[in-house]
Every structure is written in C-alpha cells, then in structure tokens.
Design a protein around this ligand. Structure first.
Ligand SMILES: *[C@@H]1O[C@H](CO)[C@@H](O)[C@H](O)[C@H]1NC(C)=O
Ligand SMILES: *[C@@H]1O[C@H](CO)[C@@H](O)[C@H](O)[C@H]1NC(C)=O
Ligand SMILES: *[C@@H]1O[C@H](CO)[C@@H](O)[C@H](O)[C@H]1NC(C)=O
Ligand SMILES: *[C@@H]1O[C@H](CO)[C@@H](O)[C@H](O)[C@H]1NC(C)=O
Ligand SMILES: [Cu+2]
Length: 596
C-alpha cells in the first residue's frame, strides 16, 4: 500500500446455512480444506500433465473446488450410506507466461485432470512468496541501486526490499511486474518506518529482472530510535500496569471439535480454509430447543431486567452471556487483520475485524508539522515521518440459507408519518414500510442516515404467529469510497460502490474483486456481475457486505498501531418463536481463591 489512495482489498467468506445437522460420520466432510497429502497429489498430477517442461510451472493458487450446494445438502441428509461428492481442487498455475486454470479430481488414484484451460482475460493470479522474495533480492546486486545506496551513505547489509502490486492505470498492455521499495533497518526491526525515498524500481516477474530504475530524490531518513516495538528494546518507565484476568473452564471446554466441525451451545458449524479468503465458516446452524485456537469468555449480559413496577416486589433477572469466538489473524505485509466470528447462544453472530500492525509511511525532510505548506497526503506521526491516508475495505460473502435455500431480501424503512386525527396533540409518529427486492439493482444499498432494517427472510416459512422467518444484518461502521467513480483504483474496487449487494447464488462468483486481482481492469467485479440485474426474490441468495475504514493516521498509530475495530452483526429476526435463551441458566460462578 505504497500510494496515498490505494484500496486494500480483502475478502472473507461466511456461509450460513440454517440446517440441523445429524451426527458426523467417518467420511471426510466435503467442505474440509485440502490436506497436505492432497496438496502433494495435486502437485504431482499437475506437473505430470506438463511432462518434461514441468519445471517451468509455478503454482499460484490451489484450493478446494467446493461441490455444488445441493450435493453437500444431499450428502448431509443421508451421510451414513453415501459417499461424499467428488473431491476436486481448483488450481491456477503460470506456464510460459500464461495463466492456466485446472480442475483436479481427487476421488480417483492417481488424481485426474478434469479440465485445463488458458485464461485470456485481464489480470494476473496471486503472487507467489518465492517470486516476491526473488524480486526483492534483485536490487542488492543491481549496479544503479548499489550506487544509490552509497550516495545516501547507507550500508547495503541493512537494506530490506519488499514488493508491491502496481495496479492498473489504463495501459493497453500489461506485463506481470511489481514495484519494489527499499527500507532500512540498522538498529530497528520496524523497517516500514524507515523507507529509502526517491528510488523507483519495477521488476518484470517473467524475466525476473529490474526493468525500470529511477533515483529521483533523497530525503532524511527517520531515525531508528522510537520505531522499535520489541519489548526487550524498550527502556523504563513501563506502564500502565495491568493485572491479569483468568479464564477458567472448570467444567471443561464448552465446545467440541470433530474433524473440522465445531459444536458449541446450540450452534454447529464447519470451518474450512482457503489461501485467499482465510477461514470459511459454513453450514452454521442453530438448534431450536422448542423443536427439537478457540476462546470463550464470560462477563457480558445475555439479557437482564429489573422490575419495580409491581408494588412490594423487586424482580431482578440477569443471564450472563458466554460466546464462542473463532479467531484468525492474517498478516498482510505491514498490516495485521484480526478476524473474529463471535457466536452467541441467542443465535447472533458478531463479525469483528481488528486492524493493527505497522502503517505505510513516507520519509520527508520535515521534522515539525508547522513546516508543511502543501498537501503531504498524510499525518506527521514522527520526525521525518508522514503516515499516508488510506482505506481498508473488507467484503464478507454471506451465503445465508435461512431455513432453506429460497430466501428474499427485505428492506424495511422506518418512515415518519403525520398524525391526522383531530384532537390528538402528537404531530408525528413512525412506522415501517417493507419492500422485498425483486432484482439485484433493488438490493444495492448505500447505507447512511436513513433508518432501515435489512432482513433476509424465507418467504415460504412462517413462525407460529405468522411472521416470515428471518435473519437481519445490523451494519456497524459504514464507509463508502471517497474517490471519483472513474478513478482507476475505484474502477477496480467498484465492489465497494455499495455497502450491500445481493446476488443469486452462483458458484463462480466467489471474489468480489474478481478472480485475477493483480492488475485487473475492473471487468470481473461484483459491480459488473450485478449489471445483469438477475432475479433475487425467493431464490438462493448471497449478501455481500462491505465494511470499511477510512484511515487518517494519528500519532498513537506510531510506531505500531493499537487495534482499531469495525464490525457488524447477523441476528435472528422472527427466526425463533420467542427469546431462544429464555430458559438458559447463567453458568455457575467460578469461585477461586486468588492470591494478590
Ligand atoms: C523453462 O523455461 C526456460 C526459459 O523460458 C527454457 O529455456 C527452458 O527450456 C524451459 N525448461 C523446460 C524443461 O521446458
Ligand atoms: C547505523 O546506526 C548507528 C547507530 O544509530 C549509526 O551510528 C550509524 O551511522 C548507522 N550506520 C549507517 C551506515 O546508517
Ligand atoms: C555494514 O554492516 C555490516 C554488517 O552489520 C558491517 O559488518 C559493516 O562494517 C558495515 N559497513 C559500514 C561501512 O558501516
Ligand atoms: C531533503 O534535504 C536534503 C539535504 O538538505 C536535500 O538534498 C534533499 O533534496 C531534500 N529532499 C527534498 C525532497 O526536498
Ligand atoms: Cu490503516
């Protein structure tokens, strides 16, 4: 994220199928992530298909090609005597400067190549770690770079280089290239705070050669002091002093893990993994009592009420909340994303993402904010250090099947109405006006000040008293793009144009930013797919919710930033016939003698 207005595109996925699962079986679950043994089999099969030239094949993506949803459901309903659907892997390799897409069937031994196609569209696959490292090693032995480092009086053994994608700015032809930026350590591990400015390098990854080199200017280098975050490098005084709090589970862990399936409270769900998406939660279901590295903590209130309205009686009822948090952390270069799914006994799921890690900064000659006379695109967070403005957008792919696959998306506006009756002193009241989105365009929402509820309902299922069963999405911090719509980065990130989109389920529509994001031209994003304006009423639908943070850095974010959080909630809404935790008892208090 080197430039000032780049969009960081991440994608997470959650699939919530409301379904009561039967006991797990000896078969591998069809959504289980690929195993190390399967990776080896895939590697052999793919390399084998290229024969003698296989040494020139590089793997850019290998992931489970999820079976079609109906096959998964059918297997689940009758798993004891059914083989799971064919296990397939989706593979993207580069070979002779072309992107090849393969499907490998793992149900035969040896695995077979089901399809193999050359991709001719725009954009390139994910960079491999190996090629990024190779590109980052090139400058070290590049004559011009050696001269630039000497000119600055720096020591090459303290130089660290890292690679950045180049985006797309309207070029007609794209080569697979990366930009390389140089940083300096010499006394700190926080090299991101010590950029060596003025040097522009572009590496062609196919040739593995520096193809562009400019040394345009120099600036002062921020000092190494003050940038360290390792505890052993800090000097006293330390503080504030915190006292530890214990998390104890005297009755054992509240959850059970079988293969990749987790059961906890009335919840049951499957955790998969994809190299691009990270963890994938699927088949999340909550058992309805009336019909039939994880972390746990207590301390919140599930529900409470104090009643003093009945004379002579004070009623106080409190149930403490315990939730199950599924946490994963993705480190993307300088940044760390803490991604939490918090499952509640009440049927809610809270999604939270915490941003922490190291900012992207540029080195400047200024040592005080008062010296700055023009827009420097960021905040001075330390002497010679400007942390640049940037955005974070995370799109959640929410494939909700609320009590079955056929669902509708309903937007309920809260509207102000005048009071018409004579003799009533009130002038206004508010009420609801619900509208079911019939096609994709009707569900594209720009959330803001307008009060509304966003509910996914099953129009074919009703509660006892006749409401459609549903789950609603409660947005958290909303951020919408603040670039021009026709600016290149925004064109590529057009899936952020709305906070919410709803599409009919299509297995091929997995990544909001497109399958090939590196140097993409914005022709394979959510914004493009939805132009077809497909029918979404009483269909198997997918919600795409984008949460965002416009990040204006502050000095507290330096040299490493305290976690900044954003999130949203999915909450049952007429899904249960009443409060599903009415009869849930608070866990017994844990009494332990604590020595000070
Ligand atoms: C691999 O690619 C290089 C460069 O394109 C070529 O010279 C070499 O013959 C290729 N090796 C094989 C085994 O195809
Ligand atoms: C490395 O850091 C030390 C201590 O701050 C400093 O004295 C020295 O000049 C630096 N050397 C280079 C080559 O930057
Ligand atoms: C550069 O750093 C290396 C390794 O720390 C050190 O051995 C060498 O003396 C340094 N050279 C200069 C010119 O400071
Ligand atoms: C920063 O200061 C140095 C030393 O005075 C000067 O050579 C350089 O041109 C300055 N850089 C910029 C971008 O003004
Ligand atoms: Cu940020």
């Amino acid at each position: 994220m080197a430039s000032t207005h780049r969009v960081l595109v991440s994608l997470l996925s959650i699939t919530l199928f409301s379904f009561i699962l039967s006991a797990s079986s000896r078969h591998q679950h069809p959504l289980d992530p690929l195993t190390p043994a399967e990776f080896s089999l895939i590697q052999h099969a793919v390399m084998g298909s290229y024969g003698a030239s296989s040494t020139n094949v590089t793997f850019h993506y290998v992931g489970l090609d999820e079976p079609d949803k109906p096959l998964v459901y059918s297997w689940m309903s009758n798993r004891a005597d059914k083989q799971p659907p064919h296990r397939r892997a989706s593979v993207v390799v580069r070979f002779r400067e072309q992107t090849h897409e393969l499907i490998v069937d793992l149900s035969s031994r040896p695995p077979s190549i089901v399809s193999k196609e050359v991709y001719h569209g725009h954009g390139f696959p994910i960079l491999t770690l190996e090629e990024q490292m190779a590109a980052g090693d090139l400058p070290r032995t590049h004559d011009e770079f050696i001269r630039s480092i000497e000119k600055r009086g720096l020591n090459m053994s303290d130089v660290v280089c890292s690679t950045y994608s180049v985006g797309w700015y309207g070029e007609l032809r794209s080569r697979r290239v990366v930009k390389v930026l140089a940083y300096y350590t010499n006394g700190t591990v926080n090299f991101y705070m010590r950029p060596i400015e003025g040097i522009l390098m572009v590496v062609d990854l196919e040739l593995m050669k520096i193809v562009k080199y400019h040394d345009r200017f120099t600036t002062s280098m921020p000092t190494a002091e003050d940038t360290e975050y390792r505890l052993e490098k800090q000097n006293p005084p330390f503080g504030p002093h915190l006292k530890g709090a214990a998390i104890v589970q005297p009755h054992g862990p509240g959850f059970e893990i079988k293969g990749h399936t987790i059961s906890w409270a009335d919840w049951k769900f499957h955790i998969g993994f994809d190299v691009r998406v990270g963890p994938i939660i699927s088949l999340a279901s909550i058992y309805d009592l009336e019909k039939g590295k994880y972390r746990q903590y207590a301390g919140n209130i599930m529900w409470r009420h104090t009643e003093t309205g009945i004379s002579g009686e004070t009623i106080r009822e409190v149930r403490s909340d315990v939730s199950l948090v599924v946490r994963s952390v993705s480190t993307v270069g300088n940044y760390d994303y803490i991604i939490d799914w918090e499952f509640k006994p009440s049927g809610s799921i809270k999604f939270k993402v915490g941003l922490t890690g190291l900012l992207e900064v540029k080195a400047v000659n200024y040592t005080h904010a008062s010296q700055i006379t023009e827009d420097e695109y960021g905040t001075m967070v330390g002497a010679n250090t400007i942390a640049t403005h940037h955005d974070h957008f995370l799109t959640y792919h929410l494939d909700l099947d609320v009590d079955g696959a056929s669902n509708s998306f309903v937007k309920t506006n809260l509207i102000t109405k005048p009071v018409a009756e004579e003799g009533v002193p009130r002038k206004s009241y508010w009420t609801v006006s619900s509208k079911t989105a019939r096609t994709e365009s009707e569900a594209q929402l720009h959330l803001g000040l307008e009060p509304c509820d966003l509910v996914v309902v099953n129009p074919n299922k009703r509660t006892k008293v006749g409401n459609n069963v549903g789950y609603r999405l409660i947005p958290g911090s909303i951020a919408s793009p603040i670039l021009f719509r026709d600016d290149y980065p925004q064109f590529r990130a057009a899936f952020t144009d709305n906070n919410l989109w709803v599409t009919p389920y299509d297995k091929s529509e997995k990544w909001a930013g497109g399958r090939y994001v590196d140097q993409s031209r914005g022709d394979d994003t959510l914004a493009v797919w939805t132009k077809r304006n497909r029918k979404i009423e009483n269909e198997d639908i997918v919600l795409w919710y984008t949460l965002g943070v416009h990040h204006v850095p502050y000095q507290e974010d330096f040299p490493i930033m305290p976690t900044l959080s954003a999130g949203f909630e999915l909450r049952p809404s007429n899904f249960f016939n009443r409060n599903p935790v009415l009869k849930t008892k608070s866990p017994k208090p844990v009494i332990r003698s604590c020595k000070p």
